[in-house]
Design a protein around this ligand. Structure first.
Ligand SMILES: *Cc1c(COP(=O)(O)O)cnc(C)c1O
Length: 496
C-alpha cells in the first residue's frame, strides 16, 4: 500500500519506504492512502494460531512484504515476551477487561511495535535497495528509548541514538537506558523536558544541511517515535485481537461494539484504536485518558488545542507531553483529508502554540471519543482501590486510564464491554506504586521493588531485578537545542 503526507496529500510513497523516512519532508506524517477493510471472520480463525498470526495479517494490509516473511517477522518479534499469549487479558468485571501490553523485554507497551519496527526497516532497506544505513534518532519520555534500543540493538545496517529529558524519567526507566548494551546504540540526556527533546529531534530531521552531512557519512536519518508509520501499524493488531478474544469469550456478540480506554501521551496508542475502528472493528467509544497534562482533554472538550500551559511532572511520565504528535493523523481525517487545513493548524501550533478547530469538527470528534483526565491524588487512589478490590496491581499509566474509565461510567452509565489498555508493568515505577498502596516513601527504587513484592505477591520481573548488577554504559548530557553535537559525536564513535 502507498501512504500520503498529512501536509501534502499528493505526495505518495510505498509504506515500506515511509518506514525508512519516518517523517515527510513537508513536516507531515504519513497516513495510509485508504483504510483497508478487515475480514473479521477470517481473522477470528487466524487468532487460533496465536497473536503473531493476527499481527502478521494486519501488517500485510499495509506493507508489501510477503506473507511468509511477515509471519516469521512477527514470530521473532513476540518470541521474547514472557507469556505465550503475548497480550493476556485480565477480566475485572462483566464489562471491564484489562489488556496487558507490557509483557515484552522492556515491560512497556512500546515493545509491541518496537520489536517489529527494526525488522520492517531491514526488509524495507532490501526492497528499496537503499545503500545508506539507517540512523534512528528518537526522543523518549521514558519507555520508547529503552524499547527502541532493545529492538534495534545489533540489527545489521541500523544504529540508534536516544534522547531523554534529564530529570523527566523514572529512576528504573533511566537505569534501563543508561545500562543498554549493543554496539550500535547511543543514549544522551537533554537539559529540558520531553517536548524539548522531541522538538530537537524534529529540527534535526528538518535540517537539510545536516541531513546531507549525515548522508555523506553513509547514513540516512529515520525515527522510531510513533510518528513512524511502522510504529503505528503493529499497534492496530492488538485492538483487533482484543475484539476477536471478546467475541470468542462471548463477552460481545458478532457485530457488537466495545469501548477501548487508553492512557494517552503522544496519541499513538489511541490512534491505533481509531485505525482499527476505521478498518471495521465495531467501537462505541474511544476513551482518551490523560494525566494532569490534560491538553487533550481540553481539546476534545472545546476544540482548542493549547500547548502553552504549565508542564507538570507526574508519576506517569510517559504521558507528560504537551504536543501530542500523532493527533495530526486524526486531524487529517477530521478535516476530510484536506492537507491545507492540517498544514494551517500545524503552522499555528508551531508559531503560537495553539490552534482551534470548528464547533462542527469538535462535535464530530465527540461521536467517537470521550476524553478526561485525573490528577496525581486520583491516580494513587485508583492504584490502591483496584488492588484492594480486585487484588490487581496497576502501574500509574494504567491507573490513569482506569480512573478515567470510572469517571466515564459514572457520567454515562454505559455498560458496553470495555478494554482498558495496560501499558506498563508496575515494577517500572516501584516507588510511586509502593507509595500509592502503603503510603511508604522509599528512597531506593530496588528496595521499593522488594517491598512491593512482599505487599502484593506480584513477582519482580527479571528485567528489573537484573538491572542492579548492570554497569552504567552511557553518561552524555547536552543542552536543549544542541542535540546535533551528540549525533555528530555518535557518528564519530565518541559519544559517552
Ligand atoms: C508511551 C506510553 C504511553 C502513551 O502512549 P502514546 O502512544 O504516546 O499515547 C502510556 N503509557 C506508557 C507506559 C507508555 O510507555
Amino acid at each position: 500500500m502507498d501512504v500520503i503526507s498529512t501536509r501534502n496529500a499528493n505526495y505518495k510513497i510505498p509504506a515500506t519506504q515511509a518506514v525508512l523516512k519516518g517523517i515527510s519532508e513537508d513536516g507531515g506524517l504519513f497516513v495510509p492512502e485508504y483504510f483497508p477493510k478487515l475480514d473479521l471472520h477470517k481473522l477470528k480463525k487466524k487468532a487460533h494460531h496465536g497473536y503473531d498470526a493476527v499481527a502478521a495479517a494486519i501488517l500485510g494490509e499495509f506493507f508489501d512484504i510477503g506473507g511468509h516473511t511477515l509471519k516469521k517477522l512477527t514470530e521473532l518479534a513476540y518470541a521474547g515476551f514472557d507469556t505465550r499469549e503475548v497480550v493476556p487479558m485480565a477480566k475485572l468485571s462483566d464489562t471491564e477487561y484489562v489488556m496487558e501490553l507490557s509483557h515484552g523485554p522492556t515491560l512497556a507497551f512500546k515493545d509491541m511495535a518496537l520489536q517489529v519496527l527494526p525488522q520492517l526497516i531491514s526488509e524495507s532497506l532490501k526492497i528499496h535497495e537503499q545503500e545508506n544505513d539507517i540512523l534512528v534518532l528518537t526522543a523518549t519520555s521514558g519507555d520508547t528509548g529503552k524499547a527502541a534500543m532493545e529492538g534495534f540493538r545489533d540489527v545489521p545496517r541500523t544504529s540508534i541514538v536516544v534522547f531523554y529529558p534529564l530529570h523527566g524519567v523514572a529512576p528504573m526507566q533511566k537505569l534501563q537506558m543508561v545500562t543498554q548494551e549493543g554496539g550500535n546504540v547511543g543514549v544522551c540526556a537533554v537539559k529540558g523536558n520531553f517536548d524539548d527533546a522531541q522538538n530537537g529531534v524534529k529540527e534535526l530531521f528538518g535540517n537539510g544541511v545536516f541531513n546531507r552531512e549525515v548522508e555523506q557519512k553513509g547514513f540516512t536519518l529515520s525515527s522510531a517515535n510513533s510518528i513512524n508509520i511502522g510504529r503505528l501499524v503493529p499497534q492496530v493488531a492488538y485492538y483487533v485481537y482484543a475484539y476477536l478474544k471478546l467475541l470468542e469469550e462471548g463477552a460481545v456478540s458478532e457485530g457488537g461494539a466495545v469501548n477501548f480506554c487508553v492512557p494517552t501521551g503522544n496519541f499513538g496508542n489511541i490512534l491505533a484504536a481509531y485505525y482499527a475502528m476505521r478498518m471495521g472493528v465495531p467501537v462505541h467509544k474511544l476513551i482518551c485518558a490523560s494525566n494532569r497534562n490534560n491538553v487533550l482533554t481540553d481539546f476534545f472538550d472545546n476544540g482548542h488545542y493549547n500547548a502553552r500551559r504549565e508542564f507538570y511532572k507526574t508519576m506517569s511520565p510517559s504521558m507528560d507531553i504537551l504536543i501530542s504528535s500523532n493527533l495530526e493523523r486524526l486531524l487529517f481525517e477530521l478535516a476530510g483529508r484536506d492537507d491545507a487545513v492540517v498544514a494551517q493548524w500545524m503552522a499555528e501550533l508551531s508559531s503560537q502554540g495553539a490552534y482551534t478547530i470548528s464547533r462542527a469538527a469538535t462535535d464530530k470528534l465527540a461521536r467517537h471519543f470521550y476524553a478526561d483526565f485525573c490528577d496525581e491524588r486520583e491516580t494513587a487512589a485508583t492504584i490502591k482501590d483496584i488492588f484492594s478490590y480486585y487484588g490487581y496491581v496497576m502501574d500509574p499509566h494504567t491507573a490513569v486510564a482506569q480512573c478515567v474509565y470510572d469517571k466515564y461510567v459514572g457520567e454515562t452509565g454505559d455498560n458496553t464491554p470495555t478494554v482498558v489498555m495496560s501499558t506498563a508493568n508496575p515494577y517500572k515505577f516501584t516507588q510511586d506504586v509502593l507509595f500509592a498502596l502503603s503510603g511508604e516513601k522509599e528512597q531506593d527504587a530496588f528496595a521499593a521493588a522488594d517491598k512491593l513484592q512482599d505487599l502484593t505477591n506480584l513477582e519482580i520481573p527479571e528485567q528489573i531485578s537484573g538491572l542492579i548488577k548492570k554497569p552504567i554504559l552511557h553518561g552524555s548530557v547536552v543542552e536543549k537545542g544542541d542535540q546535533i553535537s551528540a549525533v555528530r559525536q555518535f557518528i564519530e564513535g565518541e559519544l559517552d
